[in-house]
Design a protein around this ligand. Sequence first.
Ligand code: ADP
Ligand code: SR1
Ligand code: MG
Length: 407
Amino acid sequence: MEYKELDVKSVISYLKDVDEVMDYFCGDDLEAKEIGNGNLNYVYLVSSISNPKKALIVKQAVPYLRCVGEEFALSRQRMTFEIRALLKFKNIVTSVIPKIYHASEDMSIVVMEFLDSHSILRDGLTSRVKYPNFSEHISTYLANTLFKTSSLCLDSTQKRELVYEFNANSELCKLTEDFVFTFAFMQNETNDEENVKNNPLAKKLFLDMEFKVKVLDLKYKFMTASDALIHGDLHTGSVMLNDKETFVIDPEFAFVGPFGFDIGALLANLVNNYIRHSVVTKDEDFKKYLLQMIKEVLELFNKKFLKLWEVQSDSALLIDGYIDANTASKYREKFLKEILRDSVGFAGCKMARRVFGVAGVAEIRGIENQKLRLDAEALVLKIAREFVIKYEKIDSIEDILEIIIAG
Ligand code: ADP
Ligand code: SR1
Ligand code: MG
């Protein structure tokens, strides 16, 4: 089918020709509204007029970057990778990915389950909601998706086929290279100019060569490592949850990249939320809860990833009989420590880019009191800098928590 950009009217006509969707609604009295608040795409909530509880989400990519406007061309091919990643991750951890009713790479469209009783994690944490199962669910997602798409599990051919399937997602990788690793740390027209102007923190950051050279190392890892299929944009806006269920959405940045990038994205966003509570609510109980969550996610990831690896026999990397059991165990531990270290480095870049870069996060950029916002930004940059400068020397999760608390 030839691509056509849909709107609230034409999306309904489109769906009427999709059997799986019509079977779900059992009737054609449908209405649509646009609910997308994202940076890139259009998201429609389509519901039955006679039974509004019956509803689905339709997400379509358009050939430009929505948050900038039609003048910023961006090919809609990103939806091809989002569809492929949703299906791949669904096969690996079914319960964490919304049910998919229809997907078309030609139309750059996906139709999925409407998560009607779930909140965006960023919003929930900002409102101080606690989620008892989040650490368990997200660590299972991270350990399984990263391990099972890596050379520690796949054979050599499978791994190269995976790279072939995903690594043409070049435009979105380039967005990350520019917006996460580069523009936010220098004078650039895409930055939040109001904030950069006459701001001593911006001046200091842009001249901080020690920090910027370390960022280059991390950017290079991002550009060259092909460890596992990663989500690529796993901030707290890409998680929807309630106290029972956790879902990961929006994997349009997916490609075969470094192990530590998704863990780093999550860590960065949890720390930014912690900083908001340090400065705005000053809620010590919630701050403790966030630290505990960070500790649990990292510990459980480590444990689950190791467990998967311990029972894996032959893979592209390691075949049975190559090394003895004791050496293998030490090797695995060293390997996991490197993942932790890289996660911390990536987290530092991801935190810092939210201060002056084009895409801020609500819990920091949305602080209305200007003095408090400047305090929060200073704290973000301080912790982010420590993460980036020290990531190669991190030995334990305690080291990470110390940096956050000392911030
Ligand atoms: P973008 O890629 O443009 O950033 P997202 O995939 O993040 O778009 O979706 C934008 C918003 O749409 C989300 O923040 C969420 O509020 C809503 N949304 C997306 N998918 C669902 C879903 N399956 N159920 C409910 N709401 C959703
Ligand atoms: C200009 S792209 C802005 C950001 O939105 C996405 O969610 C990614 O985080 C990207 O860096
Ligand atoms: Mg997105």
